[in-house]
Write a protein that binds this ligand. Structure first.
Ligand SMILES: [Zn+2]
Length: 268
């Protein structure tokens, strides 16, 4: 499932490949992928240009001439930039014909991803009650302290809460807690000021490294892009058998229904 670094990587790759391109025609092949009426969606996008590329949490935001296109990849959504002569498969649900003769194709095996249109200058800062971006100043030790006050859930669930901080999913939550030496099941009530500072620092460090890893890998893509597992080989605990730091066996526990990996030796 794409998290913040993967979404950022997809966004920057698309910016490189289709910035400035005009949409000539849109073919919605699976109606539920778009939240508007498919015919209206296609009609409104015809003639629009891909001008600006932004991200908010895990949402891709494309600023056009008179409107904004928003896309959430959910579990398996991905984009390909291909030629019309390239074979189309049954998982390609929205196809944008671009003015340079290429096609932007949205591919989604699970069909959970969604797209919708909103105003040209729509302000996403409070969109869906999303919390601050991890790189925003607003995501601080003081913020974490205030947010967790009166709460008692596990730290893992706190990091996955998109109202707390935007863009973190299962993999990076495990990695951040591993780097902080905190067990995922630990109550968010029982952490110190130092832990709060570490969560801010390690969140930014790990996401930065993951974006960099995605960025280096993505350069090898020429006409297509997928977003799976670029950073996962580097994980210290998530889906690992032994801890990369100390070699102890990694434990796995379900927390809030999500598989949570941790090292019992390094994380307290
Ligand atoms: Zn360890």
């Amino acid at each position: 499932m794409p998290e913040l670094p993967e979404v950022e990587t997809v966004l920057r790759t698309l910016e490189h490949m289709i910035k400035g391109r005009r949409i000539e025609h849109v073919d919605v092949r699976y109606a539920k992928t778009v939240e508007d009426d498919p015919a209206v969606f296609a009609k409104r996008l015809a003639g629009e240009h891909f001008n600006g590329f932004e991200r908010r949490g895990k949402y891709l935001i494309f600023r056009m001439d008179t409107l904004t296109l928003v896309s959430h990849l959910r579990m398996e959504g991905r984009y390909y930039v291909q030629k019309p002569s390239d074979p189309i498969n049954r998982h390609m649900h929205v196809i944008f014909d671009l003015d340079d003769g290429s096609q932007l194709r949205y591919h989604d095996t699970r069909k959970f991803g969604r797209m919708f249109l909103c105003d040209k200058d729509y302000d996403f800062s409070h969109f869906n009650n999303l919390g601050p971006e991890p790189f925003d100043e607003a995501f601080s030790q003081e913020y974490i302290h205030a947010y967790r006050k009166g709460r008692s859930g596990p730290l893992k669930s706190l990091l996955l809460d998109q109202h707390f901080v935007a863009g973190i999913g299962n993999i990076y939550a495990d990695e951040i807690l591993s780097a902080c030496g905190l067990r995922p099941g630990r109550s968010c009530r029982r952490i110190t000021k130092k832990d709060e500072e570490n969560i801010v620092l390690e969140t930014r460090r790990i996401l930065t490294e993951a974006i960099a890893a995605g960025g280096t890998t993505i350069r090898t893509y020429t006409s297509s892009l997928g977003v799976t597992g670029l950073f996962q080989n580097e994980c210290c605990v998530h889906s690992q058998k032994v801890c990369r730091r100390c070699g102890s066996d990694i434990h796995m526990k379900f927390i809030g229904g999500r598989s949570s990996y941790y090292c019992p030796h390094c994380q307290k």
